[in-house]
Write a protein that binds this ligand. Structure first.
Ligand SMILES: Nc1ncnc2c1ncn2[C@@H]1O[C@H](COP(=O)(O)OP(=O)(O)OP(=O)(O)O)[C@@H](O)[C@H]1O
Length: 224
């Protein structure tokens, strides 16, 4: 069964008395264990789509289903707190907190069952993702871009979620960092059974994913 699904999702921005449709009857399914990319020209609505499956905005009609249940019924805040991790292009970390403190933030908010020693879990996650302890104890604004994005990935994983969503996660990184981050996404999908969905401009990243969707004129189709 799909872990995440959109059913006839419509979204538009109101422009005076006109509606400018960004998504038209979008029905797509996402599974665990797969790394997906979403491609489309600038302004096609990729971020809008991601914001709907991240419960940062609501569709005008249609449903977003998590494990078969409408996320509106689960509650948007609860869904965000317990069921997904989000990674942004600009990392969106809390700059004056250390890396490990940033990873602890969602753990303090979630209702998911977590091991007692959360700090140890956070250090282990960071270490797994390539941030050693000395760096984990540093304020995040003293880390490089690539390191900050790793912290953001560890933070997204901290609540033990099945779904990782990312919007242009390598947009601020050089090519080498980009391929390292993409490798992490692949590993999370293939070895840790996560459902990873990444919005990107990059055909190279799309080629490395298991499935690519292409958004054009409000229609989100499988890209082959
Ligand atoms: N709050 C808003 N009100 C009106 N129009 C908006 C709003 N937010 C976004 N748009 C428009 O909707 C369209 C889709 O935007 P979106 O950011 O989803 O595209 P995108 O494919 O992610 O673009 P990019 O690749 O450049 O980030 C754009 O034309 C944008 O200007």
């Amino acid at each position: 069964m799909a872990i995440l699904e959109t059913k006839k999702v419509n979204y538009y921005y109101q422009d005076g008395d006109k509606r400018r449709f960004i998504l038209k009857d979008t029905s797509v399914k996402f599974e665990k264990g797969k790394f997906y990319t979403i491609l489309g020209q600038s302004g096609s609505g990729k971020t809008t789509f991601l914001s709907l499956i991240a419960a940062l905005d609501a569709p005008k009609d249609g449903e977003v289903l998590y494990k078969g249940k409408d996320i509106k019924k689960i509650g948007y805040e609860k869904y965000r707190r317990n069921d997904i991790g989000i990674i942004f292009q600009s990392y969106n970390l809390i700059p004056y907190l250390t890396a490990v403190e940033n990873v602890l933030v969602p753990m303090a908010i979630t209702e998911n069952e977590l091991p007692d020693d959360q700090k140890e879990v956070a250090y282990n996650l960071l270490d797994y993702i390539g941030i050693v302890k000395t760096k984990a104890d540093r304020p995040v604004n003293k880390l490089s871009g690539g390191e900050q994005q790793r912290v953001a990935i560890a933070r997204a994983l901290a609540t033990n979620v099945d779904i990782i969503l990312a919007d242009e996660p390598t947009g601020n990184l050089d090519e080498e960092m980009e391929s390292e981050i993409v490798e992490i996404f692949k590993t999370l999908a293939h070895e840790h059974d996560k459902c990873v969905i990444v919005v990107t401009h990059s055909n190279e990243i799309a080629e490395l994913s298991d499935e690519t969707l292409y958004l054009r004129k409000g229609i989100l189709n499988k890209y082959e």
